[in-house]
Ligand binder design. Structure first.
Ligand SMILES: Cc1ncc(COP(=O)(O)O)c(C=O)c1O
Length: 455
């Protein structure tokens, strides 16, 4: 098992968590329609639903909140935010948004026409939903090695370059327009796996030849850069900041939810060097988010993000963060739980179908595991399988993701998760599946209601 990393911080403020009984959790599950998005957070002991907006801020971030300039236009907080984003991305034009999907909506409106194709190493769910909502057809081309749950390949988040070239050629021959290509770094729905600098560079070359705009979804660009520094030949002596900037230099447009590597609880941005795109995005920003200098955020949010972006580049922080994920993943692997290997940057992914082979796909084995983790140990995880994606695409594996909030949980919390799996293991053949009793047309997993399928 990987050693637990030393935290490069001390804890100055605490938030109580309340113990609950199994009966209480069973009642809450029924009330929530067996959808853990609908559970109250007070009833959760270790919340691994997402790493988005759930991190702990540093003392520097809390202090920066007091500098928030809440002017509608031209706030100093925006100037600091803009400088920090320019520094992080190397891009000239910066537009703040209230969270990542707002950036995706603006991008979709500006670049996609109904009937266009969009291509990606793998889209995140909100990105995919926003692009499909504009009438696009989506193609995902993850690297072949990403299909292997076990191998040690260093960059399983890469796009399959040969398939990309082939797809672009075919679409060109058929007269189909490709609106954009999205590289998600790290690749959230593919195990949080990194994308190499080499893959980014070569993707940019291919896209240039076909005149397709290159979009990077940079939610976890700092974590991605850490993997590049550790795994890509020739990168070991560069700073994380340099690697992030070079990674993003290939993109025409960068979007980021700063709820991840912005180390903030809210926010996001669009950054580009292209003035034509900046002008186009600006009009939608004003329409949907707010004026150009706040984009749906308060001045104090902009301040927290400006500090957080810099902190995410610290190597000691990244070593701790990625070490924590490796600790949990390796602990589960030792217990025989099938986890995506090697561990990614922000989360551990379990193949629920392999662990619960008796539950058919149509009965959502991932959701069965998610419900069992909560019932047994008040641990909240999320299904990334047929419930989340089944309407939009063919799902390869029924995954359960446990995402680690940044700077929040201790080793004992992670040990509690390992122990919960340990208690479930001998009983797992008794777990049963679920059926949907209500679902909305888009992003159904957030709002769906489920009922147990009798064994
Ligand atoms: C890769 C990726 N892109 C986009 C988003 C959307 O960001 P937000 O939740 O801030 O709208 C997320 C959020 O989890 C993500 O992980």
């Amino acid at each position: 098992m990987e050693p637990y990393p030393l935290e490069p911080f001390r804890i100055k403020m605490t938030e109580p968590v309340r113990p609950t009984t199994r009966e209480e959790r069973e009642r809450l599950l029924q009330k929530a329609g067996y959808n853990v998005f609908r559970l109250p957070s007070w009833s959760i002991l270790v919340d691994l639903l997402t790493d988005s907006g759930t991190g702990a801020m540093s003392q520097e971030q809390w202090a920066a909140l007091f500098l928030g300039d809440e002017a509608y236009a031209g706030a100093r907080s925006f100037e600091r935010f803009q400088a920090a984003v320019q520094d992080y991305t190397g891009k000239r034009f910066v537009l703040p948004v209230h969270q990542g999907r707002a950036a995706e909506k603006i991008l979709a409106q500006a670049l996609i026409q109904p009937g266009d194709t969009v291509i990606s190493n793998t889209f995140f769910d909100t990105t995919l939903a926003n692009f499909l909502f504009r009438g696009a057809r989506a193609v995902e081309l993850p690297a072949p090695e990403s299909h292997d749950f076990e191998s040690d390949a260093p960059f399983k988040g890469n796009v399959d370059l040969a398939a990309l070239e082939q797809t672009l050629q075919d679409l060109k021959r058929r007269g189909r327009r490709v609106a954009l290509f999205t590289m998600t770094i790290t690749n959230n729905t593919r195990g949080g796996q990194p994308v190499s600098l080499d893959n980014l560079r070569r993707t940019a070359e291919v896209l240039k030849a076909y005149e397709v705009p290159f979009h990077i979804d940079a939610c976890r660009a700092s974590e991605n850069a850490y993997f590049i520094k550790k795994r890509e030949p020739g990168q070991e002596s560069r700073s994380i900041a340099e690697i992030v900037r070079e990674s993003l230099s290939f993109a025409d447009v960068v979007t980021m939810s700063t709820k991840k590597d912005g180390l903030a609880n809210v926010g996001g941005f669009i950054a580009t060097d292209r003035e034509d795109l900046y002008r186009e995005f600006s009009q939608y920003l004003v329409l949907w988010e707010g004026f150009l200098t706040y984009g749906g955020l308060s001045g104090r949010d902009l301040e927290a993000i400006a500090v957080g972006l810099k902190e995410s580049l610290e190597e000691s922080y990244l070593a701790y963060r990625i070490g924590q994920v490796a600790y949990l993943a390796s602990g589960l692997r030792e217990q025989g739980v099938p986890v995506y290997w090697p561990p990614g940057g922000h989360a551990v992914y379990v193949d629920a179908k392999a662990w619960l082979p008796h539950i058919p796909r149509e009965q959502f084995p991932g959701q069965a595991l998610v419900v069992a983790l909560y019932r047994e140990g008040a641990v909240r995880a999320v299904e990334l399988g047929s419930l989340m994606f089944g309407k939009e695409k063919q799902v390869e594996r029924e995954l359960v993701r446990m995402a680690l909030p940044r700077r929040v949980y201790t080793q004992r919390h992670l040990d509690h998760v390992l122990e919960t799996f340990g208690r479930l293991a001998p009983e797992r053949h008794r777990l049963h599946g679920f059926r949907i009793v209500y679902e909305p047309p888009y992003l159904r997993h957030f709002l769906a209601e489920l009922a147990p399928v009798a064994p």
